[in-house]
Design a protein around this ligand. Sequence first.
Ligand code: EPU
Length: 420
Amino acid sequence: MDKIVVWGGVPLRGEVTVSGSKNAALPLLFASLLTADECRLGRVPQLADIRTALRLLRDLGVQYDWLSDTEVALKADAVHHLEAPYDLVKTMRASFLVLGPLLARFGRARVSTPGGCAIGARPVNLHLDGLQQLGASVRVQQGYVEAEAKRLHGAHISLEFPSVGATENLMMAAALAEGTTVLNNAAREPEIADLALLLNDMGAQVSGAGSSTVIIEGVPTLHGTEHTVIPDRVEAGTFLIAGAMTSGDVFVRGSRGDHLQAFLAKLREAGVNVEETADGIRAHYSQRPTSVTLSTEPYPGFPTDLQAQMMALLTLSDGQSMLTETIFENRFLHAQELARLGADIRVHGNTAEVRGVAFLSGAPVMATDLRASVSLILAGLAAQGVTEVSRVYHLDRGYERLEEKLSQLGANIGRVKSEK
Ligand code: EPU
């Protein structure tokens, strides 16, 4: 297994360009199943999760071609297999998003249930309840969801919780259903609005995406289109913290402030200078951050996907910060690893009390999930001495060319390849 080695203490300065959003690109790739025509997606990041999604699509019978480093063309005119197997769904739970489109276009699908993961139980009950309300018969047998419906029909669905994945699965399913679907308490994330844009460009009739009520007028067929994925707000936020945490000055070209308002507000509250321009966001700072209190919330609240990175920043704050995680039940795995670098963090249930320390010092640490891993890299960049992060395959799932981009900002960072 590869390791990333960081020689800390260098202020990061300069400019980096944000990649396309992983969490937007995944449902957009799966939406290509909704038509036999070609769909072209631009600004697709080169990530392990994207390769997993493409492997699944190819197994289903979708042909795809990379037209450039960031543009992929997909054609689902010869889908011959309607099953997503356990070995793929367990490595990437977003694979579960093929259920809605397969069922809507082909009338049936068999998709493995994802099981739990490091950050929480993450059940799929909301996806399944919603599909049943759209008229599907759903059975869970031997670890697989088997769903069938001659043609889905529109329904009024109220989600108990604004689940991102359930909103996406149901939007894709309802796009080809007969009649109108009203999705109440829908997730409002920018990735949902991006999916609606793609679906509408394919001929769907989706309105209200980005608000709590999404209305989908079903249509009989969809057609091909071209679409560019939105920039990755989590990657952008991570680089802004890297600049602030190392007392540096980083400009993230292409990042969108409108997608990051709750995060930028907390960064400013921590004393970081943040400038939003039409071309991107700049963060610079040269003092100790001020402590802050925050709670993760569904969008437009503070994103859970930036909680670990913000915790890394606050380990160096002047005072005591309180971080509450409300989205996932087990998303503080990075706290113990940050403590290995000298951070003072006490976890009580879903709240972490972070008492700022004057400095961190490098140590070997272990990554546990994607965002936890990057928080360890951030802490390593700010720490004195050398930090070695193992299990970096988590990082490769969600950060495109991370070492290269950080090196571009002046970081001393490298990868040690495993001998295998
Ligand atoms: N939930 C249920 N039942 C369901 C669905 C969700 O109880 O049927 C619960 C989950 O267990 C969790 C909460 O609702 O506690 C939020 O889950 P949600 O469905 O909103 O998340 P997701 O679709 O599984 C996406 C992102 C995550 C991100 C969350 C929250 C993708 C591929 N993944 O997951 O991204 O944290 O939304 O914003 O879009 C990451 O990129 O590191 C990551 C984990």
